[in-house]
Design a protein around this ligand. Structure first.
Ligand code: UP6
Length: 249
């Protein structure tokens, strides 16, 4: 089957965060999400400034920022995101009961619900555990990129059913094709190497668009470990967009 266009998905998806993401993709001709797995606020802001013009979203793991301070870390990041028109995606990978996820989403020092447009969550807690994620688009972890992951076909199929039926969920992180009403986000993308020696498994942008019909690629070390991260972001943006266009034919 052919890959569906971003225009088609923009018309057919209802969630405001899904629409916003697709609008940015079309405007910037980008399907790139940069993963900012850096350790300090300064590095985070520099990375966001450099990659900002080329990305649709910046993905964070705020709990690895060693000098995290809400006002110093988050408030400037919100401004950078607005300046370069990208969304903020906190890769929190929630995996608990609804009440605990509700607390983790809005309280503690990260106050994720204040600023994250998109969050990731496992669906292992079942359908109702996802009810409390308001005002953001939830991306369900359906299948993982790491070697030996327990997300086998049975798990993925059941998790995908929850993702399809829950109104807070806009898509999934997976390494396989998803039903058309879910946006597909694919990490484990790198043009230089096939693994990291710690279980991560990489594919090229071409592979994930052609074979998985992904919608968005997530790239971490391919960009932030590159000698010139800004140039690397541009290269992944171009490679991702060309792979998307090729997958339509
Ligand atoms: N990530 C994966 N695989 C998954 C889910 N999430 O790699 O199945 C996340 C990692 C990391 C990023 O937590 O932040 O995507 C990939 O980074 P990398 O490109 O440096 O390997």
């Amino acid at each position: 089957p052919k890959h569906l266009t971003y225009e088609y998905k923009l018309e057919n998806l209802e969630h405001s965060k899904a629409k916003k993401l697709l609008e940015i993709a079309l405007e910037k001709k980008s399907n790139l999400i940069a993963s900012a797995d850096v350790l300090t606020t300064k590095e985070l802001h520099e990375f966001a400034e450099k990659t900002g013009p080329h990305i649709v979203a910046l993905k964070t793991h705020m709990d690895v920022i060693t000098d995290f301070d809400y006002d110093q870390t988050i408030l400037p990041l919100i401004d950078i995101a607005a300046k370069h028109n990208f969304m903020l995606m906190e890769d929190r990978k929630f995996a608990d009961i609804g009440n605990t996820q509700d607390l983790q989403y809005s309280y503690g020092m990260y106050k994720i619900s204040n600023w994250a447009d998109l969050i990731t969550s496992h669906v292992i807690g079942g359908y109702s555990s996802l009810d409390y994620f308001h005002n953001c688009g939830v991306i369900a972890i359906l299948g993982m990129s790491s070697e030996g992951t327990l997300t086998d076909k049975n798990y993925r199929d059941e998790a995908t059913k929850i993702a399809q039926s829950h109104p807070n969920i806009i898509g999934g992180v997976a390494q396989n094709e998803l039903p058309e009403e879910l946006l597909l986000f694919t990490p484990g993308v790198n043009m230089e190497t096939s693994g990291d020696g710690k279980g991560q498994q990489y594919n090229t942008p071409d592979h994930v668009f052609r074979n998985l019909h992904t919608d968005f690629i997530i790239v971490g070390r391919g960009i932030y470990k590159a000698e010139n991260p800004e140039q690397a972001a541009l290269s992944y943006k171009i490679a991702g967009w060309e792979a998307y266009e090729a997958s339509l034919n």
